[in-house]
Design a protein around this ligand. Structure first.
Ligand SMILES: [Zn+2]
Length: 415
């Protein structure tokens, strides 16, 4: 934390961070910006989501999980074309830039469209084609995943990295995980992301079918031989947590999606105590219903205090760290991303700090976590490039996104 500080960017990297007054030679700078009393912090990192599900926002709410998924979400997803994924992703990127998210992950289909939107918008992302293991989709999604990784890993000047995205243990049979997914990840040298222990039903089904919890099942299938990011981990036993830790599994904690779908509350404190690497995520906009990482950070800092009746659990500082550096580590982006230190990628945001709920100025971290609104984000920089300046978008066309997403939604929903 620096009061009255300065930050120097050179190309795509942070070159220097210090306390004013700056004593060096200003004549070398191509531009200087006076941020006045506003707050500069690392960009937020969203560790779980399905960007194009923005098109399904508000379409199916307050339903039992199976009805939500099987009767409402999947039938629409079957109709979604590459064009829908493109514009749904642009809508998501607009929302993420507006609220200060600079890095996100994705697991969906027509993933080339997602990657192209990331490249064109200037965002940073860790992308995967979702893999369903049942025939006839299993081979097809594996082939598409291979093509996708080969085409996009390290693309957009390194802003895009890739993963394999086996959807879940209940959609990928053991032999598919063991014989297709793991060898492919090892061949391509990329990590995995997978949904894990999201619901109690998922755990009960795994025990009924395989005699073990989903975590133990993935261990038995050899999945964790590959570095893995697991989304949710709501219903995990103490033994599961030991296994996750022993295998270096990283966690995406999605408190709001888990609450809205009635899935439960992940044992964040236990996961943290075990020393696991954890980030925060929104999940898709059909189950949240927005991509506002400030809400996830605040929930991480309040929800677990409430359930444990313990006001010292997950401090504001710890919650903000989960939403920035923790998320970067969870996404296997370990070159200082999510921090403001020399050599780290120049991914940062500026919050307009002149709002009634930021006075008096006792503690900036507490204000950011407990009081901030996502609309207070006014500047967004990714990889040294400004994507939003004083609320103005520099890499996207809002009018076009609105027009095209309305057109896609009309076709999908017949409205
Ligand atoms: Zn998900």
């Amino acid at each position: 934390m620096i009061n009255d500080g300065y930050l120097i960017v050179s190309g795509s990297r942070i070159e220097e961070v210090g306390k004013t007054p700056f004593a060096g030679d200003r004549s070398e700078f191509t531009a200087t910006v006076n941020l006045k009393a506003n707050v500069l912090l690392p960009g937020l990192v969203n560790t779980h989501g399905h960007a194009a599900m923005t098109l399904l926002r508000g379409y199916a709410d307050d339903l039992p999980l199976s009805e939500w998924l099987e009767a409402r979400i999947w039938p629409i997803e079957d109709l979604m074309t590459a064009e829908d994924i493109k514009w749904g992703t642009w809508l998501a990127i607009w929302e993420m830039i507006a609220s200060g998210t600079t890095t996100f992950t994705d697991m969906y289909f027509h993933e080339d469209q997602v990657a192209q939107a990331v490249e064109d918008s200037g965002m940073r992302a860790v992308l995967s084609r979702g893999m369903i293991g049942f025939a006839p989709k299993g081979e097809q999604t594996a082939m598409e995943s291979r093509d996708f990784v080969q085409r996009w890993n390290g693309a957009a000047g390194g802003r895009i990295t890739t993963l394999l995205g086996p959807h879940a243990a209940y959609t990928c049979p053991p032999e598919y995980l063991r014989e297709i997914v793991v060898p492919l990840a090892q061949e391509l040298n990329v990590p995995l992301q997978i949904h894990l222990c999201e619901t109690r039903y998922e755990v009960e089904q795994s025990i009924a079918q395989y005699g073990v919890t989903p975590v133990q099942h993935l261990v038995n299938c050899g999945v964790f031989a590959v570095p893995t990011l697991a989304a949710h981990c709501v219903h995990v036993s103490d033994h599961d947590i030991d296994l996750l830790k022993a295998n270096g599994v990283r966690i995406a904690h999605n408190p709001q999606s888990n609450l809205k779908l009635g899935s439960g509350i992940a044992p964040l404190s236990k996961l943290r105590s075990a020393g696991l690497t954890i980030g925060l995520g929104t999940d898709g906009a059909a189950s949240n219903n927005d991509l506002d990482m400030w809400e996830e950070i605040r929930l991480a800092a309040t929800l677990h205090k409430g359930t444990a009746e313990d006001p010292v659990l997950v401090s504001a500082c710890e919650a903000l760290e989960l939403g920035t550096a923790g998320g970067a580590q969870a996404l296997f982006l370990e070159q200082g991303l999510g921090t403001l230190v020399p050599g780290a990628p120049a991914d940062f945001i500026v919050v307009d700090y002149h709002k009634p709920y930021y006075y008096p100025r006792h503690d900036v971290t507490a204000h950011l976590v407990y009081s901030a609104k996502s609309a207070d984000v006014i500047d967004v920089v990714v990889d040294g490039r400004q994507l939003m300046r004083n609320g103005e978008y520099l890499t996207l066309d809002v009018e076009q996104i609105v027009y095209e997403t309305n057109r896609c939604a009309s076709r999908l929903f017949g409205s």
